[in-house]
Structures are given as structure tokens and as C-alpha cells.
Design a protein around this ligand. Structure first.
Ligand code: ADP
Ligand code: MG
Length: 225
């Protein structure tokens, strides 16, 4: 089976001269369907930069990003939003929900952006919310939800439009241990039941026990452990 996503010798350099930083240094990595891959490493080791290049949010300085056997890293800038919409759902440490929208509307907005079937928009948003055990929170605004609830809304939103890959950057960093475990279990469930490829950046030892594979980054390089 071909990997859903491949990185071939990708490098990302920030700044120039004295400010030059090699954030990611010639990383080669592939991600399989239905796999939960964990990326670990100290602060500043390049995890977020790597994840951003995987998700076509950031362009590599060098190397290739390949999705579904297509090289996407040399795509025109105006193609990138469509590539992101088609292939990725994103989950962030800080949840990144729209504060002025309810839980259901946060999800529906993404479906709308993904040009989802208009008639089914609300029903589908509601179904996604319910799937994460938030049936009673659909009409709540982010400010009235707990951290764990907000992160589950973010998971529902990441799944909107049914992308094959979910990228999560420190999704449990702002949650207590029990709530974090709940979010990790949901992510694992997406790999197992919804057949998504999941990439998590985390320091959480619980994530380590759940992941199918762990990659350690140090100074932008993959470290053999
Ligand atoms: N936008 C940026 N401009 C300049 N340097 C950056 C930028 N983003 C990250 N860096 C640097 O790149 C390195 C890797 O950062 P990052 O990918 O955020 O690591 P991590 O997520 O593992 O903490 C760090 O040295 C960081 O300071
Ligand atoms: Mg980071």
C-alpha cells in the first residue's frame, strides 16, 4: 500500500545571515493510512515546522512533499488552500475555535468552506458534534465550554469534509491529564474506525503508548532511538 503522505529530504530554513536557523534538516518520513504517528522532541526541535510542511501550510526550503503519489510541494501558491481542504484536518494546542460561533456553527463553517452539500450542512455538522459526545453542547459558545469540550469541537471540525489526514499540534497541552487522555482516545479512534492517518505532535507519555509509531526530532533531524 502506498503511503498517503511522504516527505523526501525536506528542509526548512528560517532567516538569513546571523539569524539563519535550520528548523528542519533533511527529514524523510512516510505516513500510512490508518496510522497514528507521534512526533516527539524538545521545544525548538522543529516539530511544528515539520507538521506545517506536511499540511502544506509552510513551504519547504528544499525537498518534496508527496500526497497520494503526487508531488505537491512545488504547487502554485493559489493551489495550496485547495490541497489543504481536500487532504487535511488541523487540530491545535489552543483549539482555534471562532469565539463568536457556537459549537455546531464552528463545524458548519468548515463544511461550508469545503463546499459541502449545502442542504446537508447543518445536519452533518450536528452529526460530527454528536460523534464526539457533545450533543448537549451544540448551541454553546467556546467561552461556555471546558477545554476538553473545545478540543472535541476542534476534532469534529478537523473531520469536517472527511479529509484523509488529521494533523494535531500538541492537542493535549492545555488539558488536564484525564481530559487529554479522552482527546487522545478520540484521535486513536479516528485512525482505527474512521481510517484516518493521524499525526500528533506531543510530549504526552500517554500519546506514546497509543501511537503506532514514534519519531523523535532533535535539532530538526530524526533521531534513531
Ligand atoms: N517563523 C519563524 N521564524 C524564524 N524562526 C522560527 C520560526 N518558527 C520557528 N522558528 C525556529 O525554528 C526552530 C524550530 O521551531 P518549531 O518548529 O516551532 O519547533 P517545536 O515545535 O519543536 O518547538 C526553532 O529554533 C524556532 O525558534
Ligand atoms: Mg511547536
Amino acid at each position: 500500500m502506498t503511503p498517503i503522505l511522504e516527505l523526501r529530504n525536506i528542509t526548512r530554513i528560517y532567516g538569513e545571515g546571523d539569524n539563519r536557523v535550520i528548523a528542519v534538516d533533511s527529514v524523510t518520513l512516510s505516513l500510512n493510512r490508518q496510522e497514528m504517528l507521534l512526533i516527539m522532541g524538545p521545544s525548538g526541535s522543529g516539530k511544528t515546522t515539520l507538521l506545517s510542511m506536511m499540511g502544506c501550510i509552510l513551504r519547504p526550503t528544499d525537498g518534496e512533499v508527496i500526497i497520494d503519489n503526487k508531488v505537491v510541494s512545488d504547487s502554485d501558491e493559489d493551489m495550496l488552500p485547495d490541497i489543504r481542504k481536500q487532504y487535511f484536518g488541523f487540530v491545535f494546542q489552543s483549539f482555534n475555535l471562532f469565539p463568536s460561533l457556537t459549537a455546531v456553527d464552528n463545524v458548519e463553517l468548515i463544511l461550508r468552506l469545503k463546499k459541502h452539500d449545502r442542504k446537508k450542512l447543518q445536519a452533518d455538522a450536528l452529526r460530527l458534534i454528536e460523534r464526539f459526545g457533545l450533543a448537549k453542547r451544540g448551541d454553546f459558545y467556546p467561552s461556555d465550554m471546558s477545554g476538553g469540550e473545545k478540543q472535541r469541537v476542534a476534532l469534529a471540525r478537523a473531520l469536517a469534509g472527511d479529509p484523509p489526514i488529521i494533523l494535531a499540534d500538541e492537542p493535549t497541552a492545555n488539558l488536564d491529564s484525564k481530559t487529554g487522555l479522552d482527546v487522545l482516545r478520540h484521535l486513536k479512534g479516528l485512525a482505527v474506525e474512521a481510517q484516518k492517518a493521524i499525526v500528533i505532535v506531543s510530549h504526552d507519555p500517554k500519546a506514546e503508548t497509543m501511537a503506532d509509531r514514534v519519531v523523535y526530532l532533535e535539532d530538526g533531524k530524526i533521531k534513531d532511538k
